[in-house]
Structure formats: structure tokens, C-alpha cells
Design a protein around this ligand. Structure first.
Ligand code: SF4
Length: 425
């Protein structure tokens, strides 16, 4: 592993991210933030798994109040895990919650740049860090107009906010440049690192692949993007976003954190399937971007079927060959409008055979449509128990009851001529 790229240490509550500190592992709750007891319970389960930071979603002032309660409960329980507030669209909530959390995440694609300075001033007073969390799928109109949805546009989106922070003498800022496409996120982080010296900033980098999905494919996609960057010395904190219980995100993070350097062949001889998936996907990501090939030789002790499945998953993550439908699904959070894990599984089972079709399953309309990137079809929670269906970014079916939504999606796939009956074996 190369020496880590030196970044500015940023204090986030009881820990420091960046500088000479170890890579930090984090996750996010999926409970409604205003359900204080459930949120505290989930945070405790993450602490038991040894997550080092935890993020909660803050949509508005109701959640700001809930965060205060969560903090109080954690203090009573003597739990000191740094708490992060995740903000979209609502600067007022960011400014109100900043004194009660250790870090505020804002998305420059939907956070008014005019309010950023105000947020910085509050964060300075309360020793709260900020993450500028760029998302490939939700860049601002201005950035899209100037740069398109490119890695350059993602970097520029972050630098616009960073320049304001620099001007205000505030360096407690972390940056992320996530995408559901691991190739795009890898390019964005590498470009950002190359641009850091000329911008005169060196913020710690939070690595992640958004909407990676679940199961084997979710782990492959996340590792394929995050692993090669870590092996190149890029990255100070990581999150593996899975459409699963957040506790399940911690084990792949730990494997990534301890990733051995690429030994020159895709061979694994340990005893953990999850470790094999994460290590081999990471190693493949170190060379497939520059030297694309379909000729991957994977060898594990888990049998040829496992090896073949892993190979197909890696080639699909690298977008070199499609073996089944591609799924983008958000990890869910307090904004989720339906049981995302069950629904994603059901949609996958019914549509996986549609080779090459990209389907997004997103928990809410606040961020879902923006973040479903280049999906061909979208299944997005519109209000509790109801779903909107999309073709690309165009809403085509509104408010279908969730009991009928899978059928409606299949009808839409038929109408668009991409449906095929599954072949029963
Ligand atoms: S898209 Fe999913 S993870 Fe993102 S805000 Fe909506 S429900 Fe939460």
C-alpha cells in the first residue's frame, strides 16, 4: 500500500480524521431520526460493531430537535461516538443542528452557496466539522451546464465550497465525491487529489460508492471503487453503503481498511467469502480501469461457481460486460418511504434476468430521482406506502400503492419493450 496522501487533520468530536490518523469507519442510521429510541438503539448496535462515526438524516427542524434528544440519550449511556447530521436542501436545519453534532454533511448540489458562510461561522463557534458531500447524481444546474456530470464537474462542485471555507479561514472540512458508478468516483477522487496543490487545500477524503446495492454485488461495487483508492494512499474515512442493515456495512469496511497490496494475481486462500469478495474486487479495480480485459483469473477455496459469480460481478462493476440487470439501490435512511431491503430483493428477483437494463430503487423523492444517476428505470418512494416510476429522469407513473408497484414496474418494462419472461430452469 502506498503512503497515505497527507491531509489536514479534522476533529470530529472525540476522533480526528486525516493527518496521520488511521482510516476511520462510518455508517448511517436507517431509522426515522425523530424516532429517538429506535435511532439510539441502531447507533448502539453500530457502536457494538465498532463503527467510529455515525450519521443521521436531518430533513427539517423536527429532526433537529430529535438529534438533541439522541445526543442527550447517548451521553446518559456514556456513548461517545461522533454524530453527523446529513442535510439536503435545507440550510436552516444545517445551521440549527450544527452546535449539537460533531459534523454536518451538506451536498453542494442542493445547498444554497449563499448560506455556506453562515454555516461556517456557526461551525467555527461550536467546533463542528463540515463535509462537502458531492454526489455525481445531484450536481447543481450551474455545474451541469458548465461541466456536465463529469468527474471535473464533481471536483469543481467541491472546490467552489472549499474556496469559501478557505477564504473564511476554516479548514475543518472533509470532502467526498461519490457516484454509484465506481469508475466515475475513482476518476473524481484521483482528479481531486491532483488538483489539491494548485487550490492550496488538503481536506481529508471520505470515500464511498453511493447506492451500491446489496449482497455480493453491493460489496463488489463498493470495494471495486474504494479499494484501489485506498491502495493508492487516497482516503481517510470510508463508508460502504449497502441496502442492508447498517451493521452489515462495518465488516466490509474493516476488510477494506486492512487491505493487503495487490499481489499480482486474483487469488484468495483465506476462509471468509466476504473477505474474498472485497479483496479480489479491490485488487481487480487497481488495473481494470487502465487495462480493461475480460480475461480475469479468479481463484478462491469456495468453488468454481463462486469464482465465476465473482468474476461476472467484477466485470459488470467495471462496466466491461453485463451478465444481468444492473441495480442501483440507496442504502435507505430516515427519509425512506417503504421497506427498501425487502422491495429491492423482490425487484431483483423479478427483473435480474433482463441483461443490461439498469434499475434504480430509491427510498425517497427528495434525493432519489437526482441520485439514481444513469438508471434506465426508477422505482422511487413518493410518500409513505406509495411509489413513483421513472424512465430515466422522467416521472411516468405517479403514486402507485406499493402493493401494486412491482406489477406496475413490470408493465412499464413491457411497454418499453425491454421485458422478457424469465427462463425457468
Ligand atoms: S435516496 Fe435513499 S438514502 Fe438517499 S435520502 Fe432518499 S431514502 Fe435516504
Amino acid at each position: 500500500m502506498r503512503t497515505r496522501i497527507k491531509t489536514t487533520p479534522v476533529r470530529v468530536g472525540s476522533i480526528v480524521i486525516g493527518g496521520d490518523e488511521p482510516i476511520r469507519i462510518q455508517s448511517m442510521t436507517t431509522t426515522k431520526t425523530e424516532d429517538v429510541e429506535a435511532s439510539v438503539e441502531q447507533i448502539l448496535s453500530l457502536v457494538r460493531k465498532k463503527a467510529e462515526l455515525v450519521r443521521v438524516t436531518v430533513q427539517g427542524m423536527r429532526q433537529v430537535e430529535a438529534v438533541k434528544q439522541i445526543r442527550k440519550r447517548l451521553k446518559e449511556l456514556k456513548v461517545n461516538i461522533p454524530l453527523i447530521a446529513d442535510i439536503h436542501f435545507f440550510p436552516k436545519a444545517a445551521i440549527a443542528v450544527a452546535p449539537f453534532v460533531d459534523k454536518v454533511r451538506v451536498n453542494p448540489g442542493n445547498f444554497a452557496i449563499g448560506s455556506f458562510l453562515e454555516l461556517i461561522e456557526v461551525c467555527k463557534k461550536s467546533n463542528t466539522a463540515i463535509r462537502i458531500g458531492v454526489n455525481h447524481g445531484s450536481l447543481s444546474e450551474e455545474i451541469l451546464y458548465e461541466y456536465g456530470d463529469t468527474p471535473k464537474g464533481m471536483c469543481e462542485s467541491a472546490f467552489r465550497f472549499l474556496r469559501i471555507a478557505k477564504e473564511a479561514n476554516f479548514d475543518q472540512v472533509i470532502v467526498s465525491l461519490k457516484s454509484s458508478n465506481p469508475l466515475v468516483m475513482m476518476r473524481a477522487y484521483r482528479l481531486f487529489v491532483a488538483m489539491m496543490p494548485s487550490e492550496g487545500v488538503s481536506p481529508p477524503l471520505h470515500l464511498g460508492v453511493t447506492e451500491a446495492g446489496e449482497g455480493v454485488d453491493g460489496r463488489i461495487r463498493a470495494a471495486f471503487g474504494i479499494g484501489p483508492l485506498l491502495l493508492d494512499g487516497i482516503g481517510d474515512t470510508i463508508r460502504v453503503s449497502l441496502t442492508e442493515d447498517p451493521q452489515e456495512e462495518i465488516a466490509p469496511c474493516r476488510i477494506l481498511k486492512d487491505l493487503p497490496p495487490y499481489p499480482g494475481s486474483l487469488t484468495y486462500d483465506g476462509s471468509s467469502q466476504e473477505e474474498a469478495i472485497v479483496q479480489l474486487s479491490s485488487w481487480a479495480g487497481t488495473f481494470l480501469l487502465e487495462a480493461p480485459t475480460l480475461d480475469l483469473k479468479i481463484s478462491t477455496p469456495f468453488g468454481s461457481e463462486f469464482d465465476q459469480r465473482l468474476k461476472e460481478g467484477i466485470l459488470q462493476a467495471a462496466r466491461l460486460k453485463m451478465f444481468k440487470a444492473d441495480f442501483i439501490s440507496c442504502p435507505s435512511c430516515g427519509r425512506t418511504q417503504f421497506d427498501l431491503q425487502t422491495v429491492t430483493k423482490r425487484i431483483k428477483e423479478s427483473t435480474e434476468h433482463l441483461i443490461g437494463v439498469k434499475i434504480a430503487v430509491m427510498g425517497c423523492i427528495v434525493n432519489g430521482p437526482g441520485e439514481m444517476a444513469d438508471a434506465d428505470f426508477g422505482y422511487v418512494g413518493s410518500k409513505p406506502g406509495f411509489v413513483d416510476l421513472y424512465i430515466k429522469h422522467q416521472k411516468v407513473v405517479c403514486h402507485v400503492h406499493e402493493s401494486l408497484a412491482l406489477e406496475a414496474l413490470i408493465e412499464l418494462l413491457k411497454k418499453e419493450g425491454v421485458w422478457k419472461e424469465p427462463v425457468s430452469v
